[in-house]
Design a protein around this ligand. Sequence first.
Ligand code: ACO
Length: 316
Amino acid sequence: MSFTILGTGSALPAHTVSNEELSNFLDTSDEWIYSRTGIHTRHVMTTESILQLSVQAAQKALEMAHTSPQELDCIICATAAGDWISPSTGCMIQKELQASCPAFDINAACSGFLYAMDVADGLFVRKRAIRVLLVAVEGLSRLLNWKDRSTCVLFGDGAGAAVLGEGDALKYIHLTAEGSLAINVPCSAGTSPYDAFTYQPQGLCMNGKEVYKFAVRSICHGLQKASETTGIPLEKVDHFLLHQANQRILNSAAKKLGLPKEKIPTTIADTANTSASSIPILLDAEVRAGHLHRNDLLMLCAFGSGLTSGTAVLRW
Ligand code: ACO
């Protein structure tokens, strides 16, 4: 017995920043950004905290799942950087919700929601949980170098959440990590003596071309391996919920795999890349728009800093 998703939620900061606004202080343009990424605008935290976004998303997911915080057996928060190094964002979400279960954070960058799902799966299999809250939240706008036009235009902030309950919806999950490729997306905490990332001046940096290739490879390998392992042909999948990093990455993978674009929903034009929270934000948008029907077959795939990736197959 593993899990079924009982409810989803998401929260985005109120303030949006368009490509045109970025071109007021960066040597860039809407045409350059949109044609290479599919991004028009992004939500950026101004007054909100990571914790506030997390709690908003969690409350919506709990409401949809008809679950009270006191029923939760664990809270797992996927984030690259919360409001604090310690306590964990998971513990602060527990406090705000007035839950009483164990809570902790996972950092797998953009693949964090898939990593959190796999950890949660273990709790259900070991019968340690009946209800688990997953929250994925990122405020990368605080970590970006806003003078680095090649990276800062790609990201936005947000939170997504899911309440999991006992069930058999999860059919497959597989994670990868290639630490040897870590240099392609580093972000220093500013205190480490570890000098592997010598080219990094400040903030989140990215070797865009290498990450692009890794991303397309991760989606293609991830979905093909999932299909082979489960015996489910890709044509039988109803929705492909893929990490929202770049529309060109999604288009390229879709072309290589022969996937119809209407099965690959996106939020990227309005949210940009919200890292770990991108898949649960997309999932929540699709659920609330009525695009997902109970028993629909979903394939999820994420990739990101680490470099990490994760793929899951589940029924909605
Ligand atoms: N505006 C205008 N020009 C820019 C900008 C900008 N915002 N950023 C870079 N440029 C310039 C560069 O300086 C370079 O100029 P040069 O040739 O004179 O040196 C030129 O544009 C590079 O252009 P392209 O080769 O066309 O760029 P490319 O096609 O590689 O696109 C991009 C860049 C969009 C970053 C692409 O590599 C990409 O999408 N990579 C994947 C990034 C990603 O999605 N990461 C997310 C996963 S990891 C994570 O989520 C943490």
